[in-house]
Design a protein around this ligand. Structure first.
Ligand code: C2E
Ligand code: CA
Ligand code: CA
Ligand code: CA
Length: 278
């Protein structure tokens, strides 16, 4: 305690201690969560605009924290990345998503399964081998699995990344670039990375029916992707008007609350059954 009696500094330090303590509690809870498998996956449908069918789902992680309830990934994935625990959870996600894809297929529901990969997972040089082995063990067909990466992946060593993605793609996995932006670097990655799919970020979809510029960006992206032979998936589609615009602008698929929020596996099966009836 400083003799000057400056209260504001005292409060500030108190707050810092508070958040440090919170962070330590979170880290402890996360270690336990990994041991006890407190995680589960939800699945968000993706619809092809030409056929109108659900052709795939994206697996999204949730944490059912016993004392608190369901925690969204934004609140724990970055922490797991910093703690170096994302590799462990990442393996679990890959296994479970692929197993689920196979289980649905046995029930006659054949959907492409998209799995998110953190850039930190690519720090493991054996990642392509490991993913290939984990998914082979489930019996899933590799071409039914799409691996979603983000642009930030290429910030550090694009050459290594490109090599790893190439070997995964040669095995038959599909590769999608997620949260695609429009920086110069983005376009460079688009041309240099081995890709099958580009996911157009929600920021461009949000005001697509209002502003001419977002419309122009999406039009440019879809026609560029058509030229490159890539599938485009528009994210965060919430209204029928957005869907109509995207259809007219040439997007391949849409994903968002207009179709469905992310669903647990039994809900997804029900959703597909109801969807076919309509
Ligand atoms: P993302 O990969 O961009 O996932 C899309 C996010 O948008 C999901 O949030 C989804 O619930 C949400 N969303 C879907 N449709 C709509 C819509 O129409 N409107 C709005 N406003 N939002 C929509 P979620 O599940 O909270 O995931 C957040 C982020 O956490 C993901 O963003 C992804 O970066 C990360 N994440 C989620 N699951 C995993 C995972 O299994 N592994 C890794 N490494 N990251 C994950
Ligand atoms: Ca994603
Ligand atoms: Ca995304
Ligand atoms: Ca995102």
């Amino acid at each position: 305690i400083k003799p000057s009696g400056n209260i504001s500094i005292g409060i500030y330090e108190g707050e810092q201690e508070d958040s440090l303590q919170k962070r330590l509690m979170l880290e402890m809870a996360l270690r336990k969560a990994i041991e006890q498998e407190e995680f589960y996956l939800v699945y968000q449908p993706q619809v092809n605009l030409t056929s109108g069918d659900v052709v795939g789902v994206e697996a999204l992680i949730r944490w059912r924290r016993p004392d608190i309830g369901v925690v969204p990934p934004d609140q724990f994935i970055p922490v797991l990345e910093e703690m170096g625990l994302i590799q462990q959870l990442g393996d679990w996600i890959v296994q479970h998503a692929a197993k689920q894809q196979v289980a649905w297929k046995k029930k006659g529901v054949s959907l492409r399964m998209a799995i998110n990969l953190s850039p930190v997972q690519f720090e493991q040089m054996d990642l392509p081998d490991k993913i290939t082995r984990l998914i082979a063990e489930t019996g899933a067909k590799f071409s039914d699995i799409e691996l979603e990466i983000t642009e930030s992946l290429a910030m550090h060593s694009p050459e290594t990344t490109i090599r790893m993605l190439k070997s995964l793609r040669e095995e038959g996995f599909k590769i999608a670039i997620d949260d695609f932006g429009i920086g110069f670097s983005s376009l460079e990655y688009l041309l240099r990375f081995p890709l099958d799919t580009l996911k157009i970020d929600r920021v461009f979809i949000k005001d697509i029916t209002r502003g001419r510029s977002d419309c122009a960006i999406v039009r440019a992206l879809t026609s560029l992707c058509q030229g490159l032979g890539l599938t485009t998936i528009a994210e965060g589609v919430e209204t029928q008007r957005q869907r109509d615009y995207l259809d007219a602008l040439g997007a391949t698929e849409i994903q968002g609350y207009l179709i469905s929020k992310p669903l647990e596996s039994n809900e997804l099966i029900q959703f597909i059954a109801d969807f076919k009836k309509n």
